[in-house]
Design a protein around this ligand. Structure first.
Ligand SMILES: [Zn+2]
Length: 227
């Protein structure tokens, strides 16, 4: 027996009551503490909304990737499609519409509309309206002229076919020229303001699908929502 050792070298050993009290105390501290708020996470939409727009599609591989990313992040966008591309892949335009995105008219074959006469412009836009309506069940009301090239005659022709709202853009990261995805992201994030309209391309921007998750992360970190 070595009982004497306990008295010469005492070990403070908390009894079960003290242990339980410590756990309860720790729990109370956690429950009563104010919620931690990271300085880098503003309230959703605190900075306002921006519109993301994707032109020239739908594209067989890029558009599904973009739609998957938008769905993952709960983000909304507008697709300005051409009639030619819509006729080739109406299923992708239907999917975009069904997933809550807006579909706009971007002409039939992407000509510079200001070089055409009024009948030709109306034909470009009317045929595309029909292709979109066939794919989605709804004719669009928004449209965007290729290259942003427009004049009074073009706009009159658009009104003739029921396209009431021309949508241009305020931020152009030139993604169609295939800069790195990080450059596309930086150009968008440096350019956005509340109410910005961002021009992107699903059919002609090779690095746009890779840039999109980074763009959405950056917008969220700055308190922007998309619509
Ligand atoms: Zn275009």
């Amino acid at each position: 027996m070595r009982r004497g050792r306990a008295s010469t070298c005492p070990v403070v050993s908390p009894g079960p009551e003290r242990w339980i009290a410590s756990v309860i105390g720790a729990l109370l501290l956690v429950l009563l503490a104010p919620p931690a708020r990271a300085a880098s996470a503003p309230q959703p939409c605190a900075a306002g909304h921006v519109r993301l727009t994707f032109d020239d599609g739908p594209h067989p591989t890029a558009t599904p990737r973009i739609l998957d990313t938008l769905a993952d992040r709960g983000a909304e966008a507008t697709f300005f499609v051409t009639g030619e591309m819509t006729t080739a892949r109406p299923d992708l335009v239907r999917r975009a519409s069904q997933e809550g995105h807006r579909i706009g008219n971007h002409s039939w074959s992407h000509p510079e509309l200001i070089t055409l006469d009024r009948t030709q412009v109306a034909s470009q836009l009317r045929r595309t309206n029909q292709a979109i309506e066939l794919a989605t069940g709804n004719a669009p009301s928004e449209w965007r002229p290729p290259y942003g090239a427009t004049n009074d005659l073009v706009q009159a022709a658009a009104r003739d076919v029921g396209l009431d709202t021309m949508v241009l853009w305020t931020v152009d990261p030139r993604d169609w020229a295939d800069p790195p995805a990080t450059t596309i992201r930086d150009r968008v994030l440096q350019g956005v303001r509340p109410g910005s309209i961002v021009l992107l391309h699903d059919a002609t921007g090779q690095n746009t699908p890779a840039a999109l998750p980074m763009i959405l992360d950056g917008l969220a970190a700055r308190g922007y929502c998309t619509r």
